[in-house]
Ligand binder design. Structure first.
Ligand SMILES: Nc1ncnc2c1ncn2[C@@H]1O[C@H](COP(=O)(O)OP(=O)(O)OP(=O)(O)O)[C@@H](O)[C@H]1O
Length: 618
């Protein structure tokens, strides 16, 4: 519909002029989860055409109901005029030098606004008992902020901070500029060009940070012909130098695909997909079970181009096929599996990272122009595949990750090579009840006797770590937890094969490890899922992504020395919408595991998950 002739009666107050009521405006803000709206967004949320929306908004500015943040017609954004009044706002304290913002009891709406250009550090900042949310603005937050214009970002910042903070704004503006200094574009003759915003950048930044073979030849003072094999390396090098590159290459997608969703998205999933479509790249970051896979399927539908889904294991490939059929009308014939014995390219193709990384299959991926590449468990992408698949031709790149934090600090790599993080605060998801908040308990298990303790004390390095991990007293603790919760499906996670075998024997349950054949693993997981199998002992292999929706109890017997990512994954096993969720993490009393356990769980605590500590003797 394109005129003001709406049938709701309220939109056409006098004459034929289009109108937007304040109620509609607020609703549109909430729907878009944006602090400010453009005429186009208003048009999308109401049934006005874009020119009519623009006219209606301009008139509300004249009434002083709305304020406009920019005078340039294309970049104009609108927000309620009352937001100029600080008294009407939540209490916000800005620490400009530290680039930190503390908001007392922020509304979900304020949090949504902040998450566009800052990241949540802590939810218990400020006074004791307060719910002060501490946000920090890092370089990469500004680089990835989903705004077309700097002015829109600044006005969003001002609207949250209720006023100007010159130094902070200057810093933000500076960061913004850095992220708009280099661009990769496709020349009309088909080759790739690196464009710099100024001559001096070519001279300094490029000289200092790129290798000789990254560029083939200069084209002008500000442009160079790029070696296409080095695109990922160039992006990474410039990112590290503090100049993230905008990737505006002209990439064609393959055959279009036509796919209808059979599942309605939740509000936040819709927001994820929309944000993704705006940026054409990004990583959905949400706790396990928060619906990333379903949102990814909706993204495939929205992009409508040939899609490659990369997954870490064959079990996950299988799971994707099922999910695609469950949530969309994609026919089995439209789904190709590309791994092991089966190698079929279809409108939607699922491949393992392992196969995708093999030289023998490189051409298949390189020679195609995918409309969308989905990286499942994006924090899990093996390094060689990382650089290779990042240079795959794709119009859109979508990562999925429950835990983007990598111990190496290389989460930046994920965001450079795939795209900026997209996601709700975890506690928002817990609060909304979409993901059950697990109860996590760190349980300290004493050494069985002095001998065991002494052996630990006199060992060193890896041996110590292993002795603590394999403390035999943990087996008793596992047994006692299993009998205490004998009505729950339970997973016991272990780090070492010997320990897994020992625990499995002691509790008479199967042990699933990397040595278990694929078909056997699948059978066991299925038996667990479908009902007759109550307990599984699982080594690292079962650790990620395998959908075990009905685990009501997880016992992490060892594996704390692993990465932070693992701690979250393991706790995540039980974070499913169905059933209550309990996680026990066993740590040997008086060993380094104590400290490890606290640190890992602190990380979960920061994600809004409740953690408790007890001792096994209690
Ligand atoms: N919009 C929705 N409506 C109904 N059910 C949904 C919706 N989104 C997700 N679900 C269900 O919630 C469960 C978890 O969803 P999904 O598998 O997409 O989560 P995930 O974040 O990908 O989990 P993981 O990180 O473990 O892979 C699934 O059973 C899925 O069918």
């Amino acid at each position: 519909m394109d005129t003001g002739e709406s049938d709701d009666g309220g939109r056409v107050p006098s004459g034929d002029a289009p109108n937007v009521t304040m109620e509609e405006f607020y609703e549109a803000l909430l729907a878009a989860e944006r602090p400010v709206l453009t005429p186009r967004q208003i048009a999308r949320e109401t049934d006005l055409s874009e020119p009519d929306a623009r006219e209606a908004l301009d008139r509300r500015v004249e009434d002083d109901a709305l304020a406009r943040a920019s005078v340039e017609s294309d970049a104009a954004v609108f927000y309620p005029a009352e937001w100029r009044d600080p008294a009407a706002r939540e209490r916000v304290v800005v620490f400009a030098n530290r680039r930190e913002i503390v908001v007392d009891r922020p509304t979900q709406y304020t949090r949504a606004r902040l998450s566009q250009f800052a990241h949540l550090v802590d939810t218990s900042a400020g006074e004791p008992d307060s719910r002060g949310y501490l946000y920090r603005i890092r370089e990469e937050d500004v680089w990835a902020a989903p705004f077309e214009e700097l002015e829109a970002l600044l006005s969003s910042l001002r609207s949250v901070c209720s006023g100007r903070h010159e130094a902070l704004e200057e810093w933000v503006a500076d960061q913004w500029k850095r992220a708009h200094r280099f661009r990769l574009v496709t020349h009309e003759d088909g080759y790739v060009v690196l464009e710099a915003a100024a001559e001096s950048l070519m001279g300094t930044v490029v000289e200092d940070h790129l290798e000789d073979d990254h560029l083939r030849a200069p084209i002008s003072e500000t442009e160079a012909w790029v070696n296409e094999d080095a695109i990922a390396a160039i992006k990474r090098a410039l990112y590290e130098a503090g100049y993230p590159v905008e990737d505006d290459r002209d990439l064609e997608s393959g055959e279009p695909i036509d796919l209808e969703m059979g599942t309605d998205l939740r509000e936040y999933q819709r927001e994820w997909v929309e944000t993704f479509l705006e940026n054409r790249a990004g990583v959905f970051v949400g706790p396990p079970g928060s619906g990333k896979t379903v949102a990814a399927i909706a993204t495939i539908a929205a992009v409508g181009g040939e899609t490659l889904i990369l997954v870490p294991s064959r079990e996950l490939a299988e799971q994707w096929r099922t999910e695609l059929s469950t949530h969309s009308d994609l026919e089995p014939d439209d789904i190709g599996q590309y791994h092991g014995g089966e190698k079929a390219i279809r409108p939607v193709t699922i491949a393992t990272y392992q196969t995708a990384g093999m030289d023998a299959h490189r051409h298949l991926f390189d020679s195609r122009e995918w409309g969308l590449i989905v990286y499942d468990e994006a924090h899990h992408i093996p390094s060689p595949v990382f650089s290779r698949s990042a240079s795959l031709q794709a119009k859109h790149r979508l990562g999925l990750s429950a835990t983007p934090v990598r111990e190496t600090g290389s989460e930046e790599e994920i965001y450079t090579l795939i795209g900026p993080p997209i996601g709700a605060d975890w506690d928002t998801l817990f609060e909304a009840g979409f993901v059950q908040q697990p109860e996590v308990e760190i349980r300290y298990v004493p050494w069985r006797d002095d001998d065991a303790h002494n052996a630990y004390a006199s060992a060193d390095g890896r041996d110590r770590y292993r002795l603590a991990a394999e403390n035999p007293a943990k087996t008793d603790e596992v047994r006692s937890l299993l009998s205490r919760y004998d009505d729950r499906k339970a997973l016991v996670f272990v780090e070492y094969l010997d320990q897994g075998a020992a625990i499995a024997e002691a509790i008479d349950a199967p042990f699933v490890s990397g040595e278990t054949p694929h078909h056997e693993r699948r059978r066991l997981f299925e038996a667990f899922r479908e009902g007759d199998r109550r307990v599984l002992v699982v080594s690292r292999v079962g650790d990620e992504g395998i959908d075990l929706p009905n685990a009501g109890l997880s016992v992490v017997a060892s594996g704390l020395g692993g990465s932070r990512r693992q701690g979250t994954q393991r706790a995540g096993r039980t974070m499913r919408p169905a059933g209550s969720a309990l996680v026990y993490v066993l740590a040997t009393r008086g060993s380094r595991e104590e400290e490890f356990a606290r640190r890992r769980m602190h990380h979960l605590g920061r994600k809004g998950i409740r953690v408790r500590e007890t001792t096994a003797e209690e």
